[in-house]
Ligand binder design. Structure first.
Ligand SMILES: Cc1cc2nc3c(=O)[nH]c(=O)nc-3n(C[C@H](O)[C@H](O)[C@H](O)COP(=O)(O)OP(=O)(O)OC[C@H]3O[C@@H](n4cnc5c(N)ncnc54)[C@H](O)[C@@H]3O)c2cc1C
Length: 391
C-alpha cells in the first residue's frame, strides 16, 4: 500500500485521438492515451517519422512515455521523449487545465512547465495531450552486428562511426555474450544470428537520406575498424528479414533476463569514457559478495547500460535475497563515484525513492520538494512516487 493519501487510479485508455497532424511542420498533436505504435503508424501514413522506439511500444502510451521521459533505441540520434515534445496539455493538481499544446520550436516565455512535467512521473499533474516532433523518414536503412574486442573498442568504434557516418547512426547498442546465452537458455524460438555469441557485440543501425548506401557505409566502417583492431568479425544485414533477426535478438534480451530472474537490476548511465573501467571493476567488486552471472547491455551510444546481476546456473535468486540491497548499493556507489546516474531512463517510481535521497543533490531535492508542495499541497497526485509522501 503506497504511503500518504489514498490514490485514485485514472485510466486515459479512451483518450487516444490524433487531434492534428501537420506534415509540413513536422508536428502532430495526440492525446495522452494513444499507444506509441499507433502514433508511429499515424506519422508514417503521412510520410513522417516519430522516432521514439522501444520494446514496449505496443502497449506504452504517450502520457506514460512522457511522464517517464522514456529513452529507447534511437536516443543517440533523436533524443529521448523530452526532446520529442514541443507542447503539453495537462490537468494540474488544483484542477486547472494548462493549455500548452503549442507547435513552436522557440518559445521563451517564462518558466518551462513542459520540461517540469516531462519525466516527473505524474506527481505534478496529469498529462492529457502532447504536441510531438516528427522527422523525415530515412530513405535507406541498414543494420550490422560487429564483434568488438572489448567495451573500450566499442567506444572507439562509436567515435569512428560518427566521424564517418555522422548523424546517420540511429542506434548503437552493446550486447554482452550473456544476453544471447540467456536467450538460448530460455527462449530457444528466438533466432540467433551466430552459433557462438561473441564476447561483446555492437548492434549498429543506420538511417540515411535518399542518396545514401547503408550497406556500403557499414562495410567501409567494418573495414576501417578491422584495420584499427577494434573488431574481429561482423555481419551486415542483407535483407529486411535479417535486420529483423538482429533486432529481435536485441529486443528479446530483457524478456530472457526476466525468464532467468535477476537478483538485482540496474539502469545506469555513465560518462562514456568511464564505461570500460566500470565494466571491468564492477564484476571484480561483486565477486567479493558472491559468484554471479552479469548481463550488461543496452544503449552504449547514450552511456546507458542495463546492468543486471543473476545467480549462477543451478543456483537460485532466492538464496541471494538478503544480498540484493548490498549488490545494488555496491553498483550504485560505483556509478555515483564515477559521476553517473542510478536511473538513466526508467525513472524513480516508488522503488528508488531512497536511492534518490541517498545520491540526489540536496539543493535539487529541496527544490523538487518545494515545487511538489506548491503545485500539489494536499499530495493527491501519485503519492509516494519520486519523493516520499509528506507525513
Ligand atoms: C519490454 C519493455 C522494454 C522497455 N524498454 C524501455 C527502453 O528501452 N527505454 C525506456 O526508457 N523504457 C523502457 N521501458 C519502460 C517504458 O518506460 C514504459 O513502457 C513507458 O515509458 C511507460 O509507458 P506506460 O504507458 O506503460 O506508462 P505507465 O507504466 O502506465 O506509467 C508510468 C509512470 O508515468 C505516470 N503516468 C502515466 N501516464 C501519465 C499521464 N498521462 N500523466 C501523468 N503521469 C502519467 C504513471 O503514474 C507512472 O508513474 C520498457 C518497458 C518494457 C515492458
Amino acid at each position: 500500500m503506497p504511503e500518504g493519501a489514498r490514490p485514485v487510479i485514472l485510466s486515459l485508455e479512451r483518450m487516444r485521438a490524433v487531434r492534428g497532424l501537420y506534415p509540413d511542420e513536422n508536428t502532430m498533436v495526440v492525446e495522452a492515451g494513444a499507444i506509441l505504435a499507433d502514433v508511429q503508424d499515424a506519422a508514417e501514413a503521412q510520410g513522417r517519422l516519430f522516432p521514439l522506439s522501444l520494446a514496449s511500444q505496443g502497449s506504452a502510451r504517450i502520457g506514460g512515455l512522457l511522464a517517464t521521459n522514456a529513452g529507447g533505441v534511437n536516443v543517440l540520434r533523436y533524443g529521448n521523449a523530452r526532446d520529442l515534445c514541443l507542447g503539453l496539455e495537462a490537468v494540474l493538481p488544483d484542477g486547472s487545465i494548462w493549455h500548452g499544446l503549442k507547435r513552436l520550436r522557440k518559445d521563451n516565455t517564462g518558466y518551462d512547465l513542459r520540461n517540469l512535467l516531462i519525466g516527473a512521473e505524474g506527481p505534478l499533474g496529469v498529462l492529457t495531450a502532447a504536441t510531438l516532433r516528427l522527422f523525415p523518414r530515412p530513405s535507406a536503412e541498414g543494420t550490422a552486428l560487429l564483434a568488438v574486442t572489448d567495451p573500450a573498442a566499442a567506444l572507439a568504434l562509436l567515435a569512428l562511426a560518427r566521424d564517418r557516418i555522422g548523424d546517420g547512426i540511429s542506434a548503437f547498442e552493446l550486447i554482452a555474450a550473456q544476453g544471447p546465452l540467456f536467450l538460448a537458455e530460455t527462449m530457444p524460438d528466438v533466432r540467433l544470428p551466430f552459433e557462438n555469441p561473441w564476447p561483446w557485440t555492437v548492434l549498429i543501425d543506420l538511417g540515411l537520406a535518399a542518396d545514401g548506401d547503408p550497406e556500403a557505409a557499414l562495410t567501409g566502417l567494418f573495414e576501417a575498424a578491422l584495420e584499427q583492431g577494434l573488431v574481429s568479425d561482423g555481419l551486415i544485414a542483407q535483407s529486411e528479414a535479417q535486420r529483423a533477426v538482429f533486432w529481435a535478438m536485441r529486443e528479446s534480451i530483457p524478456l530472457a533476463n526476466r525468464a532467468v530472474g535477476a537478483i538485482a537490476s540496474h539502469d545506469i548511465s555513465l560518462p562514456l569514457s568511464q564505461i570500460p573501467e566500470f565494466l571491468e571493476a564492477a564484476p571484480q567488486a561483486l565477486a567479493e559478495i558472491g559468484a554471479f552471472r552479469i548481463n550488461a547491455f543496452g544503449h552504449l551510444g547514450d552511456g546507458n547500460l542495463h546492468y543486471n546481476v543473476f545467480p549462477q546456473q543451478g543456483d537460485t535468486r532466492d538464496r541471494w535475497r538478503d544480498k540484493k540491497a548490498a549488490i545494488s548499493r555496491l553498483v550504485h556507489d560505483m556509478v555515483h563515484a564515477r559521476e553517473g546516474s542510478i536511473s538513466a531512463e526508467h525513472g524513480i517510481g516508488r522503488l528508488k525513492t531512497a536511492d534518490l535521497e541517498r545520491y540526489g543533490d540536496p539543493a535539487k531535492l529541496a527544490a523538487m520538494r518545494a515545487i511538489k508542495d506548491a503545485l500539489d499541497p494536499y499530495g493527491i497526485m501519485n503519492p509516494g512516487a519520486v519523493l516520499h509522501a509528506a507525513p
